[in-house]
Design a protein around this ligand. Structure first.
Ligand code: PLP
Length: 471
């Protein structure tokens, strides 16, 4: 029985591609993250196809957002497929370069970029997504010193004045309010003077426009408003820059994961567009907006930066039941204690009303649910991962697979209770390879430094480095 593109149930066990997850757990230990290579390739190709079918005026580049899954082998798979990359900060730029992304297909995003990251981006030929006038000054200064030209993109903040829709992410606020109060992007009052300055500089090449609305909605009318307002603001910038026309339009990310299972979106589960419909609404609004503003679209490169949309359903997280408790006296209640934690899953420990993940008992995948049990995690926190879940009878040694953990879960793992964080394997057909080793207790304490005056003979001093990397 098929569960999704990479998962199926065979003889009562959960399989990822052609691998039995029960065997994987035995071989690599739990807790463990698993990613399906072929599912990842499939998602990327679906994005490329959907956008290329709708946008024939120029090229399309899919730029999976590195933050969603920053493991280098994962990035190698996407690079092998020819994808570009959105990065935030020096660490992600490092990962993208080591992950084989063509430097000119990287865009360096984020606020408060410092001289170090700007220098590195210009040296390797990555595009810099400007977030403030100060970054333009830095680019100019560094590019002049290197005798190079910095390719820059303006991250704009269009205002969707006519739209009074509430946000799915922060349901108490309107989307138009959220897009303005968010710290990212160049304030519009600072954008227009900055544009002309960029155009006149011999060391700056203004390449295009960037706008990321985030995961505020999956409603097509919201995306339409967003794109139309982006283009209207682009027109104002074009006028302020003596008729400059962007060669690249990056519409950001923030698209739903297609199973719509994002753990950090509050309002979900209502019908939304398919990937094809989303690509259609984005490209047709762009075309319409550009036409209405007399801006040329011929040859215009479209970029999108999905994170969750590419990664979410490519991964699962395996955890083993370690202990069962059963209260029969005061309040009939069962708990299955598992070896993962809210701190490895990036969720709170109070999931009483809404389970954050779907799950399958991987070694009893065909068994009927015949009881209810809480599934609780490892740390001294509340750790209610699932409250009164319907499950087959659980015993120590059973294996629970949490689904759709491919985006933003592993990079948010923490070391609370000094727990070493889980590793990750990549599944490709019948092959399983470790792509991130499990952390050790030594790793957890590897940054600690005991001043010599507190060290004693029995406690050898862990060696840490005092220099702080630049962000
Ligand atoms: C600039 C930028 N692009 C793309 C993304 C990816 O967003 P998502 O994973 O919601 O598609 C993010 C995420 O925060 C972002 O900040």
């Amino acid at each position: 029985m098929r569960v999704n593109h990479s998962l199926s149930i065979r003889d009562g066990h959960l399989f990822m591609e052609d691998c039995d997850t029960v065997k994987i757990a035995r071989e690599f230990g739990t807790p463990l993250f698993l990613v399906s290579e072929n599912h990842l390739r499939h998602n990327l190709r679906s994005y490329t196809r959907a956008f290329e079918n709708c946008w024939t005026e120029g090229p399309v580049r899919i730029m999976p957002s590195l933050k969603a899954n920053p493991v280098i082998a994962i990035r190698k798979v996407l690079s092998d497929e020819g994808a570009g990359c959105d990065v935030f900060g020096s660490g992600e730029l490092h990962a993208a370069l080591h992950g084989g992304v063509a430097p000119d297909a990287i865009s360096v995003n984020g606020s408060i970029k410092d001289r170090e990251i700007i220098t590195r981006a210009i040296e390797v030929g990555a595009r810099i997504v400007l977030d403030s006038p100060r970054e333009l000054d830095l680019c100019e200064e560094v590019a002049a010193r290197l005798d190079q030209v910095a390719r820059v993109i303006f991250r704009i903040k269009p205002c969707m004045e006519e739209l009074d829709v509430m946000s799915d992410y922060t349901p108490e606020y309107e989307i138009r309010f959220m897009t303005q109060v968010i710290k990212y992007g160049i304030p519009t009052s600072e954008l227009l003077p900055m544009g002309l300055k960029a155009k006149r500089s011999p060391h700056i090449e203004p390449a295009g426009i960037h706008a990321h609305m985030g995961r505020l909605s999956k409603k097509p009318e919201v995306w339409r408003s967003w794109v139309i307002n982006c283009v209207n603001l682009t027109k104002e910038l074009s006028d302020a820059m003596d008729g400059w026309v962007p060669g690249e339009m990056n519409l950001g990310g923030g698209f739903p994961s297609f199973p719509d299972k994002d753990t950090d979106v509050t309002i979900k589960g209502y019908p939304g567009p398919s990937l094809e419909e989303l690509a259609d609404v984005l490209t047709s609004s762009l075309r319409e907006g550009m036409r209405n503003n007399n801006l040329e679209t011929n040859g215009l490169l479209i970029e999108v930066e999905p994170g969750r949309g590419i990664h979410c359903d490519t991964g699962i997280h395996l955890t083993t039941v370690r202990n069962i408790k059963h209260e029969t006296r005061n309040l009939e209640h069962r708990w299955a204690e598992v070896d993962t934690s809210q701190v490895f899953l990036g969720v709170s420990g109070a999931n009483f009303n809404q389970a954050k993940f779907d799950f399958i008992v991987a070694n009893k995948a065909s068994d009927e649910a015949n009881t209810t049990s809480d599934i609780v995690g490892l740390t001294c926190n509340l750790e209610v991962l699932f409250y009164q879940a319907e499950v087959p009878t659980l015993e120590p040694g059973d294996l629970v697979a949490l689904l759709n953990t491919g985006s933003y879960i592993e990079p948010c793992t923490q070391n609370f209770n000094a727990l070493p964080r889980p590793g990750m394997v990549l599944v490709n057909g019948s092959q399983v390879e470790l792509i991130k080793r499990h952390e050790t207790i030594e790793d957890v304490f590897s940054r600690d430094i005991v001043p010599a005056r507190l060290a004693d003979g029995e406690n050898p001093q862990p060696i840490g480095k005092t220099a702080r990397p630049a962000y």
